[in-house]
Each structure stands twice: as structure tokens, then as C-alpha cells.
Design a protein around this ligand. Structure first.
Ligand SMILES: Nc1ncnc2c1ncn2[C@@H]1O[C@H](COP(=O)(O)OP(=O)(O)OP(=O)(O)O)[C@@H](O)[C@H]1O
Ligand SMILES: [Mg+2]
Length: 365
């Protein structure tokens, strides 16, 4: 037997409600779970709380009448499909209701179990298809925006390289200090380009892959310590201390490449946006079957008005751009995708001028 269909029945006439429930009870091949309410306001509350598969909505209720009921329902039920119930004499109202957003209408006096089952199943299916189409449109819009950003981001270093080469050709080669300056600029821009290409590949891979390519049980402490060793000389050069604790035998279930990428990006940021003499600390704790890792820094922090944009691809804060700190603005959006692909969450708190805490969760192994 398939899963029961959960119906929210909004009907204030007890006789009509009983009659409908009795018909649904007679269905053999489908099981229904019916929740009954007699007002639109209670229906809107119930729908957000229990998220039924479908709502059957009477149009004459103590707190709403006719098409007004439909309009409020459409706004309040969001993506939960609803069918309206009309009487024999107001079938025309049913047609209007469909135009206002109801999936279908059922005439109360002409009901039988088969008809309701078919209408309910069609309504659920049509709503699912509509949601899927809306999702697809949103993804396509994001992709178009990403491609537009990519072309812009690639063009900037390319233009700079071309300009430096041009200057070298026009005489810069013969003057050693000028030559060194242009070569250094070309080197810097080439490195930036290489990083952009690498990170864009990471975005594409994470976009196309399913849940972590190869999830497995990983010893978190070992990976964190190895990574801190890799960053040791960079941190020492910036006079920043690195520490990690709380990892005793803690194990997570994740793709190893993803985990390294996540830790690498967060630690790199914590060092890069820090202050001389500052510190970076990585800690972990268990909560609700998950492991929560926190990367804390005593750095420059993130201004409140820039907080909502931090995970947007290519976004860099005013601080990063004004101080000309190198970066593509892709690190955190890759990190967020990688965490989510492995079934976790990523978020942060920041105190401008004092530092930031980036947290992520992963399932415990
Ligand atoms: N720990 C942090 N403290 C302060 N600002 C941060 C921190 N982490 C990220 N940011 C801000 O968020 C922006 C986006 O970070 P993200 O890691 O995505 O890009 P990036 O570091 O600029 O470039 P890259 O792609 O090379 O990592 C950064 O440019 C920086 O302005
Ligand atoms: Mg970064």
C-alpha cells in the first residue's frame, strides 16, 4: 500500500464534513488521513504546521466568503495545492476559483470516492510539476548570472596582462626596473586567473555531482592538524597564531576532498582577513548526531550591511577590495555548496573590528 494522502478538510457544515469523510473512508486502494477545521484562519495555521498533501476548501466559511476565500488561501497555502468545494448551484464559482489559483473544484452533490481520489492526485501532481518548473527557472537565472560574472571576472586579469605585455613591447624591456615591475604584474594576474579557473571548476563539479562524491568516515583531528601544518609558514609570516582543540577521536561522515576544501577555505580566510598578532582557532563539538566545527578569528570582521551577501559568488567586502587583498570571492560559495552536499549547514557570526566565527556541521560517523 502506498503512503496515505494527508488531506486538510476546511468545512464548517458538520453534515457536509461527515459526508465527505464517509466517502473518503470508502476508498479501497488509497488511505486518507483527514484533519478537519471549520475556519479559514485555522486552516492557514494548520497548513503551515502540518503541511498536508492537499486542502479541500469549502468556499462559504464563517471567516471568509466566495472568491475572497480563494485569494487568501492562495497566499496562505503557498505551494500546498487546494481544491474548492462548491454546491450544485454555484459551479460557475468553481471555475472562477480555478482562475484564482485553486487546482480544481468539486461539486459536493456529485461526489464519489473515485472522483475525489483522481482530482486529489492530479492536483498534487500538477502542483509538483509547477514547483519543479519554478525551481528550474530559478536555477537557470542563477546560472545566467554566474556566467555573466565569470566573463567579467576573466576579462579583468586578461586585460591587465595584455596591457603589461604591450608596455613591455613598447620599450619596457630595455629598462630593468620597469621590466621587473611589468613581469611581476603579469605573474600576479596569471596566478589570479589560474585560481579563478580552478575555483570555477570546483563550482561546476559541486553543481553536477550528487551527495559527496565519496563520503566516508574521517578522523577530523588528523585532517585539521595536517591542514594547520600546511598553513604554518603563511600564518607565521603574518604573525598569526593557529590552534585547534576538541577533536579527540571525533569522526565525521563526508567526502575527504570536500572536507579539506571546506577547512582550507575557512582557515585561509581567517588568516587572510586577520590582523598582525591575531589568532585563528578551530574547535569542534558534538550536537544532535552531528559534529559542529567552528573556525574563529580575531580579524577585521564583516560589516552588518555586507552580511547577507557573503555567500554570493564573486562577492568581496569593501575591506577586501579597498585593501587589494587577493581573492576571487568564490571560496565561501564553494564551501557552502560543499557543506550542503555532505548533508551539513554553514553559517557565521561576526563582530566588525573584532573577528568572525564560521560554523559548519557534518554528520557524525
Ligand atoms: N573570516 C573573515 N573575516 C572577514 N571577512 C571575511 C572572512 N571570510 C570571508 N570574508 C569576506 O568575504 C568575502 C568572500 O570570501 P571568499 O572566501 O568567498 O572569497 P575571497 O577570500 O575573496 O576569495 P577566494 O575565492 O580566493 O577565497 C571575502 O572577500 C571577504 O571580504
Ligand atoms: Mg577566501
Amino acid at each position: 500500500m502506498t503512503a496515505p494522502i494527508r488531506i486538510l478538510l476546511v468545512e464548517d457544515d458538520p453534515e457536509d464534513a461527515e459526508y465527505l469523510a464517509a466517502i473518503l473512508d470508502r476508498a479501497h486502494d488509497v488511505q486518507f488521513e483527514i484533519e478537519r477545521v471549520d475556519r479559514l484562519s485555522s486552516a492557514l495555521t494548520a497548513a503551515t504546521k502540518t503541511r498536508p498533501d492537499v486542502v479541500l476548501l469549502d468556499l462559504t466559511l464563517p471567516d471568509a466568503e466566495g472568491l475572497k476565500t480563494v485569494r487568501r488561501a492562495r497566499l496562505g497555502f503557498g505551494s500546498i495545492p487546494f481544491l474548492v468545494l462548491t454546491g450544485f448551484h454555484d459551479e460557475a464559482l468553481g471555475v472562477d476559483a480555478v482562475q484564482e489559483g485553486a487546482q480544481d473544484y468539486l461539486v459536493k452533490d456529485k461526489l464519489d470516492a473515485g472522483l475525489i481520489i483522481r482530482a486529489v492526485r492530479y492536483a498534487i501532481e500538477r502542483q509538483r510539476a509547477a514547483d519543479e518548473a519554478a525551481n528550474l527557472r530559478q536555477r537557470e537565472a542563477l546560472q545566467r548570472e554566474f556566467v555573466a560574472n565569470v566573463s567579467h571576472e576573466l576579462r579583468t586579469p586578461l586585460t591587465a596582462i595584455k596591457a603589461s605585455l604591450e608596455s613591455l613591447r613598447r620599450g619596457g624591456l630595455s629598462d630593468p626596473p620597469t621590466r621587473e615591475r611589468f613581469i611581476a604584474a603579469i605573474e600576479r594576474q596569471t596566478e589570479h586567473l589560474a585560481r579563478l579557473v580552478e575555483e570555477m571548476l570546483a563550482v561546476a563539479t559541486l553543481e553536477s555531482g550528487g551527495l559527496g562524491a565519496n563520503p566516508q568516515a574521517l578522523e577530523l583531528g588528523t585532517i585539521v592538524r595536517q591542514m594547520l601544518d600546511d598553513f604554518a609558514s603563511k600564518a607565521a609570516a603574518a604573525k598569526i597564531s593557529l590552534s585547534a582543540d576538541g577533536f579527540d577521536k571525533m569522526r565525521v561522515w563526508a567526502d575527504p576532498d570536500h572536507l579539506i576544501e571546506i577547512l582550507h577555505n575557512l582557515t585561509e580566510n581567517a588568516i587572510k582577513y586577520n590582523k598582525t598578532g591575531g589568532s585563528v582557532r578551530i574547535t569542534a563539538q558534538e550536537s544532535d548526531g552531528a559534529v559542529e566545527v567552528t573556525v574563529s578569528d580575531t580579524g577585521v570582521g564583516i560589516a552588518k550591511d555586507e552580511t547577507p551577501l557573503i555567500f554570493t559568488p564573486f562577492h568581496r567586502t569593501r575591506y577586501a577590495t579597498s585593501k587589494k587583498i587577493s581573492g576571487t570571492g568564490l571560496g565561501l560559495s564553494i564551501t557552502k555548496r560543499a557543506v550542503e552536499r555532505n548533508g551539513g549547514r554553514l553559517w557565521f557570526e561576526s563582530d566588525p573590528g573584532k573577528g568572525s566565527h564560521f560554523h559548519f556541521t557534518l554528520p557524525r560517523a
